[in-house]
Design a protein. Sequence first.
Length: 347
Amino acid sequence: MKMFGIRFLYWLQYFFLISILLVFSVSGYARPMNGELSLDSPVPVNVSLRIKEISKVDAKEGTFILYYHLAYGWQGQSVTHNTVEEYTGNEAEDFLKTIWTPGLDFTNKAQKPIILNQSVSVNQKGEVNIDQYGYVKLLANYNFKNFPFDTQNFPILISSLEKNIVFNVPKKAIVFKNTSQTLTWHLRGVTHTLNQVPNVFGQGSVSQIKVSIYMKRDDLYYVTKMYVPLLTFILITCAIFCYPDPEFRFKIPVLLTCLVLISLFSLRAFSEIPPVSYFTRLDNIIGLSRLWLLVGFFYSLTVYLLRISRGEEAPKAFSKKQLIIRCAFPVVYVLFWVFAVLKGFSL
């Protein structure tokens, strides 16, 4: 019985010893990879951003899609091996779950970023570097006062929810590839700043990188979307007001009724101008009038064909005075519209 008690004490000592070893081992694994890293002190993070493309500019929703290459790195835990560890694909995602990361994210995102490719490397000094390729839908600060005449701002906001993160962004770390040939936009300037903004998920503030891309529609856009319709507008206007119809008064109610429907067929209004600004811009109202005149032209043509089919007499031609009076309005209207287009007036 005495021997059994002694053996029991021995086994009890072994049990406590093993328990202590397990507790220390588990607590060691629970630590982040960077054993020397302390969030109480500033953590420098080197960031570089390559803007590959900006596409699908949607002024109605106030969004655009950014194709990007984001690279960032920080000092991790010191390692003893003499080689560089690299992880790609799913291995990179699994590896990042086992270490502490700054957790960079796009603050002004409209949707969750889609990561197409991601790689992680750890060098001999313990520096962790992440290369991320993907695209994200971001919110933009469009200026609708004189849209699309004014230069538009396409902001990119990158921040981390971790405290004491210090971003290091060299001057040449922000690279933009101009894609004006495919988007009919041309670059006016790129700026970036480092700011401290309030933490929306907690107290205090967090670091933020603000990249502002300023672009404007190039001349090809105005030629194809504005001046070509202008020539068509001149021809239609002259056809309507010079048409020798003595019963012109019957056209006016139809033309005025169709005025409210013009925005549905205005290419610029349909593709870029948001609904809230349809009736707040001078050029939009002028654009609405183009459909007004177009509907009036087809209405007059239909009436004329019906008269011919019924064997009615053709209307008499206007005198020179009547012709000048009817042509004066479209000429003044065209000049007024061109002036509004060039100056970008708004009501």
